[in-house]
Design a protein around this ligand. Structure first.
Ligand SMILES: Nc1ncnc2c1ncn2[C@@H]1O[C@H](COP(=O)(O)OP(=O)(O)O)[C@@H](O)[C@H]1O
Ligand SMILES: [Mg+2]
Length: 280
C-alpha cells in the first residue's frame, strides 16, 4: 500500500473564545491518495472552506495532524496551489503575464538560470493551449468573461506544477453552461497533469460529476458525515448526469444533507403548520 498524499488525523478547529467559541471542525479523519479527485459537499457553514484553508496552510488548526507526503505541513507551499471563487487576477497584467507571474519565483530571480526561464516560458505556452486561452493571451482580465478569467486563474495555479490543487467553489460565480465546459476542462487537466485535486462545492451534482469520492460534511460542529464512492468511469461525459447510478447517488446525498443540516426538521415543522387548521 503506497503512502497517502494527505493524511488528516483527529483534526480540531475552533474560532473565537469563551461563550463565543464555535467548533468549526471536529474529529476530522481522512486519507487522500495521490492522483485522487476528491470533492467536499455540505450545507453552508459546515467547515468546507476552513478545512481546505488548513490543508493549504492558510489557517492554523488547534489540534490533530495534517500530513502531506508524511510530513506535517508548515504554512503555505508551492506544492499546494489554491483557486477560489473570485479569480483574483492582477488587472494590470495581460493573460500571459498573469499566468507567469509567481512571486516565489521572482524572489529567487538571482538563482534563476536561462534554462529555468525557458522552461517557464514553455510551460506557460502549454498551459495557454491546455486552457484554451490562445486567442486571448494578450488581453487584460477586465476584457474577459468570468469563465475565461477562471481559466487564467487555474492556469496560474498550475504554473508551479503543484502536487495538490485546492479549489474552493471555483465555478460558483459562473453560469450553468460555462460551468459544464469548466467541469470537462478540469477533468481533462486532472488526467493530463496527474495532480491530486480537492474540490469544495455546495452543488452536489458538481461534486459527483467531478469526484472519484464525495465527502459529505455536516454542520454544528463541522464534521465528516459520510463518504461516497462515485460509480462512474474515469472518462466522464455530460450525459452520465442522467444515468440511474448518478441520479440515485445525487438523491441519496441530497437527502442526507437535509437530515444532517436541520432542514428536514424545518420541513416537518412546515408540514405540521400546514396540517394545523387556523381558527378564523
Ligand atoms: N475567520 C473566522 N472567524 C470566525 N468564525 C469563522 C471564521 N471562518 C469561518 N468561521 C465559522 O466556521 C464555520 C465554518 O465556516 P466555513 O469553513 O466557511 O464553512 P463552509 O465553507 O462549509 O460554508 C462557520 O460557522 C463559520 O461562521
Ligand atoms: Mg465556504
Amino acid at each position: 500500500m503506497t503512502q497517502p498524499k494527505i493524511v488528516i488525523r483527529d483534526l480540531q478547529k475552533f474560532f473565537g473564545e469563551g461563550k463565543q467559541q464555535t467548533q468549526a471542525l471536529k474529529d476530522i479523519e481522512l486519507a487522500i491518495q495521490a492522483n485522487e479527485f476528491i470533492t467536499f459537499v455540505g450545507a453552508s457553514g459546515c467547515g468546507k472552506s476552513t478545512l481546505l484553508r488548513i490543508i493549504g496552510g492558510l489557517e492554523q488548526h488547534n489540534a490533530g495532524d495534517v500530513l502531506v507526503n508524511g510530513q506535517a505541513i508548515q504554512g503555505a507551499g508551492i506544492d499546494r496551489a489554491m483557486v477560489f471563487q473570485h479569480y483574483s487576477l492582477y488587472p494590470w497584467l495581460g493573460v500571459r503575464d498573469n499566468i507567469r507571474f509567481c512571486r516565489r519565483l521572482q524572489a529567487h530571480t538571482d538563482d534563476c538560470s536561462q534554462a529555468d526561464v525557458e522552461a517557464a516560458s514553455g510551460r506557460t505556452d502549454a498551459l495557454i493551449r491546455l486552457m484554451g486561452l490562445s486567442a486571448v493571451e494578450h488581453a487584460y482580465p477586465n476584457q474577459l468573461s468570468g469563465g475565461m478569467q477562471q481559466r487564467v486563474a487555474i492556469a496560474r495555479a498550475l504554473m508551479a506544477k503543484p502536487d495538490i490543487l485546492l479549489m474552493d467553489e471555483p465555478f460558483g460565480a459562473l453560469d450553468a453552461q460555462t460551468r459544464e465546459v469548466m467541469h470537462d476542462l478540469i477533468r481533462h487537466v486532472f488526467k493530463l497533469e496527474k495532480t491530486t485535486i480537492i474540490f469544495v462545492t455546495h452543488d452536489v451534482e458538481e461534486g459527483i460529476y467531478l469526484g472519484n469520492r464525495v465527502v459529505l460534511m455536516a454542520p454544528r460542529p463541522g464534521r465528516i458525515d459520510s463518504i461516497y464512492e462515485v460509480p462512474l468511469p474515469a472518462e466522464r461525459h455530460q450525459d452520465m448526469k442522467h444515468s440511474p447510478e448518478f441520479l440515485q447517488l445525487k438523491r441519496q446525498i441530497l437527502d442526507r444533507i437535509r437530515e444532517t443540516s436541520g432542514m428536514k426538521t424545518d420541513f416537518d415543522l412546515l408540514q405540521q403548520l400546514t396540517n394545523t387548521s387556523v381558527p378564523m
